[in-house]
Design a protein around this ligand. Structure first.
Ligand SMILES: Cc1cc2nc3c(=O)[nH]c(=O)nc-3n(C[C@H](O)[C@H](O)[C@H](O)COP(=O)(O)OP(=O)(O)OC[C@H]3O[C@@H](n4cnc5c(N)ncnc54)[C@H](O)[C@@H]3O)c2cc1C
Length: 265
């Protein structure tokens, strides 16, 4: 599957919104998960194939140096009637494949991808919702807030670089939102600390905790060991890891997740 860039808009100094359209999206569908993600394929600059390609064929027929880099991006919105797919991409300098691709994307550019997959939607029977993460989790958090009932309540804690990196989040629900600024406090524990400091509301909570690996690990540990949540009460995964490319991260992610499991009873 592939989309053609129809629109590019900077929604924060390091976050670019890409809207994809075109006939290559025919057949795309989401199932209601608000963390649905696609697996994009970014070819290297010297790729000897065109902008629309078959990932499996490239991998089967060309040396690894020509294989596209695979990265996961949340479906921020899918407008089925208009056939438009929106993703919000964090840009983080010249390193990497997807960030630089998004930063220089222009209308007409093509993005090849597979998916979507996903697994979370705020539970309708939760007494309240906790959503925590960084900018990479913002598309899922934003999409999740939009589908809450007007009677729902959500507590949202998001790490970003500074005030100018905050984006507008819209929800019919009652939302207690706090932005945590990395520039002011680079401590990886600040996300967990903000949740430890919360006055805990009664009733079952449904949590969504995704983002940088070390930041979300502390949150998960606190929720499971101190707040009595079970694994089923939360959707939690380390989306990316500081100082590691996604390729390097995928190599060690299994061990990291195993160690994270050992953090908790
Ligand atoms: C299911 C899932 C959904 C995701 N959804 C989104 C999404 O909607 N939007 C989004 O922006 N990201 C999202 N991510 C995270 C994204 O896939 C990673 O951040 C990815 O590593 C970015 O690839 P890259 O090619 O730009 O950089 P890489 O080549 O992977 O890394 C290059 C360097 O940049 C650093 N880096 C990577 N990501 C970030 C970041 N976010 N901030 C600062 N430095 C970074 C790395 O640590 C490394 O040092 C998602 C991840 C998963 C698993």
């Amino acid at each position: 599957m592939h989309g053609e860039v129809e629109d590019v808009a900077w929604i924060a100094p390091r976050m670019v919104r890409i809207v994809l359209g075109g006939t290559g999206l025919r057949g795309f569908a989401v199932n209601g998960d608000t963390d649905s993600y696609i697996n994009v394929a970014i070819p290297p600059a010297e790729a000897p194939y065109g902008p629309v390609f078959d990932v499996d064929e490239v991998r089967a027929t060309l040396p690894a140096e020509f294989w596209p880099a695979r990265r996961r991006y949340t479906v921020r919105a899918w407008d089925e009637a208009a056939g438009l797919l929106t993703v919000d991409v964090v840009t983080h300098g010249d390193d990497g494949a997807a960030g630089p691709w998004a930063a220089s994307a222009r209308p007409g550019d093509v993005l090849v991808f597979s998916g979507p997959s996903g697994g979370y939607r705020p539970a309708a029977d939760a007494a309240w919702h906790l959503m925590a993460g960084d900018e990479s989790a913002l598309p899922a958090i934003a999409a999740s807030l939009e589908v809450l009932a007007p009677t729902a309540r959500a507590v949202v804690r998001v790490v970003c670089d500074g005030p100018e990196h905050e984006i507008e989040l819209v929800s019919p629900a009652e939302v207690d939102l706090l932005w945590l600024h990395r520039d002011a406090s680079p401590d990886v524990d600040q996300l967990a600390a903000s949740i430890r400091a919360l006055p805990w509301s009664p009733g079952p909570v449904h949590a969504f905790v995704h983002g940088e690996a070390d930041e979300i690990r502390g949150v998960r540990k606190h929720l499971l060991t101190d707040r009595g949540l079970t694994r089923a009460d939360m959707s939690c995964s380390p989306y990316w890891r500081r100082t590691m490319t996604d390729e390097a991260w995928r190599q060690v992610k299994r061990d990291f997740v195993r160690a994270m499991e050992d953090d908790t009873p």
